[in-house]
Design a protein around this ligand. Structure first.
Ligand SMILES: CC(=O)SCCNC(=O)CCNC(=O)[C@H](O)C(C)(C)COP(=O)(O)OP(=O)(O)OC[C@H]1O[C@@H](n2cnc3c(N)ncnc32)[C@H](O)[C@@H]1OP(=O)(O)O
Ligand SMILES: O=CC(=O)O
Ligand SMILES: [Mg+2]
Length: 742
């Protein structure tokens, strides 16, 4: 499948070559020969640095492993440990105070606070939904989720339930009362909204008239002022549209004919080429790039069947209103799209160097996603992304300032190659590896002219916490790791340093994913903590979650919180360096151990089987309590490293994990048995008499799961990518397409 480039020594995958030459470069004025020559030069210059950085990671990890082995069983003195980390260059001295000077950043990043959605790029249907998730129906999310408790008689497939409908409307109007408070009375009692003398005038059912307590919250209107089709309100920079329709499904029965309340929801969306995606070869990568191209061109479309009807989904246009002076009031119709590239570890078969090595995938990602992103910058009308001339790349899994500096050098070279102004390509720094957390200020310094966010990816960060200190001792059960001092210190310190470095007004301070996509009531309880902690954004797994989480930013003024937090003392290193291992005075019961293993193994198998067999990179997998969890490579990193750690420290034995794996494979096989083409994981003899699998060997997915656990200690930084990719490539090879259709 690879073809030699006639002029250059590199081998370029022919599909990739054709895709770039036929589908992307004609949209630019870049001459193909020049493009490939420059790309080759870039790889030649930067691939060795990339490999050296990975070698440094390995070397430091070995030093840390040896240190722990030498200090086994001794009470850990944090100051001695800190000195050691400084000696090996894992922890470096912080320099002078500074502030970032990133420019040309869109308002969604710089001056607004609100949810950030993440979506796997390979799923066009979801990706389009995520782009359109800037706006969401409050009535739909209240009706369809557990934020209003689901009673026994109500299920979604029984048709519309008017009792629940009333509860939804009451709850939505209570939100209006809280945020867009009337001078007197309640939105529940309004019979007519009008606009008079640039003010909202609301007529109540007792004959009184009232208006907004803060009149400036009314910003625009559609239709007649005496009987609007819609009014647009604004709070903390976020818009809320009240739509009226006297014939509408809800409006017909509503006192004020309110048909829906539309909430500005996902201000930004990360189009993910990384942990939620299974892209293991050139064929997959081209699909990834082609979807990104469709999003940047506004041409992506997905046709699918839903509720028995064929639908075509495209990107939504902007939303147009009329302001109170009679001028156009235009709102962006889509979330601002950011793109997450892969990390420095990955290599791919898109190109091979002169020695036949696959090239660093992060380099190709930076070039191709920027090449495609640059198309957006040429547009002046229609579907546009950045209006300030920026391309936003989220860079995951960087270890410390040198790796951030390398990404910045890469982006600068890409700018030169594509003739883009300096610092067009912005960088989102995932604070998700321990060496980045510990040296965050120095990481930001390296990117001070292009950083647009620092985000606590606590899932990868937990995986790295375990792997880095693999030899320190057995880790606490997963749920308890979350309650240890290191994580609060990590979260607080990220905000503290972000504020010190002057991010507000220029860049986001972000927080992590809500990983229980169906537990929306719990999310509403928990996730208000993110804006309260001074985060201007936080990750959500779905458009529904985005609309609900947006409500938190109406209740909390993030920029005011940041001004208050700025004066607190910065979280110290001691907590951050305190490793969450099981203390000597705590003994876990055999039931607790068994439960923990079962939980880890069930999630791991449930995720891996879909990854390896069907190429699905992000799944909803039930845990042992039957709570559906979002699983991606970062959550897999935690469960596989946790099991590897317990095995290493003899909390359990291999035979026990083997036995649980066999049992849980059967559970997962049962959960998936309705899926067309599903191949059960274990052989009849190993798994269960009733297993559907008549193969003699464990399936590739089962073998992958075994490697992830039993070879977990030796995986680079505990990453799951090498094992997953190897098995997925094997699974693709016989048919060159997924075995099961999901
Ligand atoms: C640690 C990290 O790196 S976190 C970042 C990586 N994680 C993610 O990106 C999570 C993204 N989320 C998802 O992929 C999905 O929500 C999952 C896999 C968790 C659940 O997917 P499903 O089980 O199919 O969800 P469910 O059946 O509840 O809902 C499907 C509907 O919601 C929509 N939806 C769900 N998630 C998303 C999303 N992230 N973006 C856009 N739409 C979404 C789908 O388009 C679909 O609607 P449609 O039928 O109108 O197209
Ligand atoms: O990427 C996010 C994480 O939590 O890891
Ligand atoms: Mg991550």
């Amino acid at each position: 499948m690879t073809m030699p480039s006639s002029k250059y020594k590199n081998m370029i995958n022919s599909g990739f070559y054709t895709f770039i030459n036929d589908e992307v470069l004609p949209l630019h004025t870049i001459e193909p020969a020049l493009f490939w020559r420059n790309l080759e030069q870039l790889i030649e210059d930067l691939a060795p640095i990339n490999r050296q950085l990975l070698a440094t990671r390995d070397q430091m990890q070995q030093q840390i492993d040896q240190w722990h082995l030498a200090h086994q069983g001794r009470l850990m003195d944090i100051s001695v440990y800190e000195t050691f980390l400084r000696e090996i260059g894992y922890l470096i001295t912080e320099g002078e105070a500074f502030t970032i000077n990133t420019t040309n950043v869109d308002a969604e990043i710089a001056t607004l606070a609100g949810p950030q959605l993440v979506v796997p790029v390979k799923n066009a249907r979801f990706a389009l939904n995520a782009a359109n998730a800037r706006w969401g129906s409050l009535y739909d999310v209240f009706y369809g989720t557990d934020v209003i408790p689901k009673t026994a008689e109500w299920t979604t497939n029984q048709g519309y339930n008017p009792i629940r409908g009333k509860q939804v409307i009451a709850k939505a109007k209570a939100f209006l009362d809280d945020i867009f408070t009337l001078e007197s009375g309640s939105h529940k009692n309004v019979t007519l909204y009008t606009v008079h003398a640039r003010q909202l005038l609301a007529f109540l059912d007792d004959g009184r008239q009232t208006s907004l307590r803060q009149p400036s919250q009314l910003v625009a209107v559609n239709g007649q002022h005496s009987e609007p089709d819609a009014i647009l309100l604004k709070n903390h920079g976020l818009h809320v549209e009240i739509q009226f329709d006297c014939n509408g499904a809800n409006g017909a029965n509503d006192k004020a004919h309110i048909n829906d309340i539309v909430i500005e929801s996902a201000l930004s969306t990360i189009i993910d080429c990384e942990d939620s995606v299974a892209a293991v070869d050139a064929e997959d990568k081209i699909e990834v790039y082609r979807n990104w191209l469709g999003l940047m061109q506004g041409t992506l479309a997905a046709r699918f069947e839903k509720d028995g009807q064929m639908q075509t989904r495209r990107m939504n246009p902007d939303r147009i209103f009329t302001d109170l002076e009679g001028h156009e009031y235009r709102l962006h119709g889509r979330a601002l799209l950011l793109v997450r590239n892969v990390g420095h570890l990955m290599e791919c078969d898109l190109m091979q160097d002169a020695q036949g090595n696959f090239v660093p995938e992060g380099i190709i990602d930076a070039v191709v996603t920027s090449l495609i992103g640059a198309l957006d910058l040429k547009r002046t009308e229609g579907i546009r992304n950045s209006r300030t001339g920026s391309i936003y790349i989220v860079k995951p899994k960087m270890h410390g300032p040198d790796e951030v500096a390398f990404s910045c050098e890469l982006f600068a070279r890409v700018e030169q190659m594509l003739d883009l102004p300096e610092n067009t390509i912005k960088i989102g720094i995932m604070d998700e590896e321990r060496r980045t957390t510990l040296n965050l200020k120095e990481c930001i310094r390296q990117a001070k002219s292009r950083v647009f966010f620092i985000n606590t990816g606590f899932l990868d960060r937990t995986g790295d916490e375990i792997h880095t200190s693999m030899h320190a001792g057995p880790f606490l059960p997963k749920d308890q790791i979350k309650n240890q001092p290191w994580i609060q210190a990590y979260e607080n310190r990220n905000v503290d340093i972000g504020l010190q470095c002057g991010l507000p007004g220029k860049a986001q301070i972000g927080k992590g994913m809500w990983a229980m996509p169906d537990e929306m009531a719990a999310m509403m309880e928990a996730k208000i903590a993110h804006p309260k902690a001074g985060a201007s954004t936080a990750w959500v797994p779905s458009p529904t979650a985005a609309t609900l989480h947006a409500l938190h930013y109406h209740h909390v003024d993030v920029f005011q919180m940041q001004a208050l937090i700025k004066h607190r003392a910065q979280a110290g290193l001691t907590e951050l360096l305190t490793i969450p291992i099981i203390p000597s005075n705590l003994t876990l019961s055999s039931q607790e151990i068994e439960r923990e293993i079962e939980n880890n193994v069930q999630g791991l198998l449930g995720y891996v089987v879909r990854w390896v067999e069907a190429g699905v990179g992000c799944s909803k997998v039930p845990d042992i309590h039957n709570v559906a969890l979002m699983e991606d490579r970062a959550t897999l990193r935690i469960s596989s490293q946790h099991l590897a750690n317990w095995l290493l420290h003899s909390v359990c034995h291999k035979s026990q994990i083997d036995e649980v794996m066999q049992r849980m494979a059967f559970v997962v096989d049962e959960q998936n048995k309705q899926t067309q083409g599903y191949r059960p994981m274990g052989p009849r003899s190993l798994i269960h008499q009733e297993s559907l699998n008549d193969h003699d060997e464990p399936s590739l997915a089962f073998q992958a799961a075994q490697d992830l656990i039993f070879k977990g200690v030796i995986q680079p930084n505990g990453y799951t990518e090498p094992v997953l990719h190897a098995y997925r490539v094997k699974a693709k090879r016989p048919f060159n397409e997924p075995h099961m259709q999901i």
